[in-house]
Design a protein around this ligand. Sequence first.
Ligand code: GLN
Length: 538
Amino acid sequence: MAKYIFVVGGVMSSIGKGVAAASIGNILQSKGYRVANIKCDMYVNVDAGTIRPAEHGEVFVGEDGIEADQDLGNYERFTNNVCTRDNYITTGQVYQEVIRRERNLEYGGEDVEVVPDIPNEIIRRIKLCRKKDNAEIVVIEFGGTVGEYQLLLFLEAARMMKSANPADVFFVMVSYLPTPSLLGEQKSKPTQFAIRTLNSAGIAPDFILCRADQPVTPDIKHTISTVCSLPEERIISAPDIYSIYDVPVNFEKEHFGEIVLRTMGLKARKKDLAEWTKLSQKIKKISKKTTIGIVGKYFNFKSCRDTYISVIEAINHASWAENRRPEILWLDSEKYEANQKQLKELDKLDGIIVPGGFGKRGTEGMILAAEYARKHKIPYFGLCLGMQILTISFARHVLGLKDANSTELNSKTKNPVICTMSDQVETIKNKQYGGSMRLGAYPASLAKNSLSYKAYGAVEISERHRHRYEFNNRYKETLRKGGLRIAGTNHGLDLVEIVEVEGHPWMVGTQFHPEFKSRPLKPHPLFRDFIRTAIRKR
Ligand code: GLN
């Protein structure tokens, strides 16, 4: 029988519950257990594909093409597991399935009730994921915070699992302890209320992770342990730290993994957090920096980190491997449209990234930035939209096709160097936007004379995609003759996957999103070579 650990939020959200759940997966895995992570999101959206990234964070794409919450990215980065649609549950999916079954008479003529039929479907999905990942321990994170109405049915599912198998189901509450500047001391009352709220759903937490700017003080530990009738060792400090990769190491300082295993009646099979600990220490010691500019448009300045989390982490992993601390500058492309003189600021960068994006806004500025990078030989890495921008810019500025564009950005362009994928024409016309892009992992073959081949050291690769538009093969010969190298191709679908600018130190655009497969201990080869070239240039 597997063990299930539910991770719920107390007091407020956005305090690192996802990283905490990922870290629990990490430390239990390091003790020799097969772990699966699941994210449950409360929204009615079936997946995250239709959600605005500037507000809700990046849409993370799984191998199987699931468009999921960014926390699946945390899980993959912290556990090296591969997440698929089974690792991601939303209210929308749950209702959709229950209603589908009802329409198919699968409830045998019974009333279909919100309780227990909705929680039962949640439980079925959790168990399905356990089976798919052949996991011994499943860590299930609930989005949001206790006390939110939409969390109720998920809490009810967890409670039902607990009452059916009390020895196999556990609860971690990730709470927040504010330190009002006026008082200068940690306050536990909001956490106490959160515990009570959880209790009112019939659930008692087994562990409390105390997020705060400082480690939790002994008297606070004592208070919380009294309120929730838990031994003090199960109240764990989770103070602000230097990098998210410190979180598992920090948990281990309080022997969290061991305590969790003991509570579940299990024993550590091995102990192996060494590589991870080494990385977390190394990161702190790096003094030299490299400056990377992200030329994009989803800059709601509070949440750039969430919006571009996989890109940021991929830059981090590659930079750390090269002993550099990345300094990331957020450069809003629209300002280059207003005043081209502003492009000069790109001179101070070691490298430029144009990340993924949708719609016209800001793209003319990105095209100008790509041309600037080409002319001034600044390393450039285009991710999906950034590859399309590179291609458009090259067609305009090198081949003189002045109105070259993507049909996404100008449907009437005479030179659609980026065009609508044939299977997307009907989809767009019928406004069938949900889950209908070219999604997930596809293979590509690399040209041996390319920078990409040099980076991967292999001809056959596989990367994750999320797009509706593609390189227009009608322009392939013209662009190639003009000096745009076709470095990667999906031969089966006859799709250009990577382009590179000949004679430039490193100007590469990928139709896929390499950032999703970068790992802290295994940087992505393209990011690694991009950063290497950026450092060399400096
Ligand atoms: N909007 C572009 C397309 O759909 C690029 C997508 C992306 O950057 N993920 O093809």
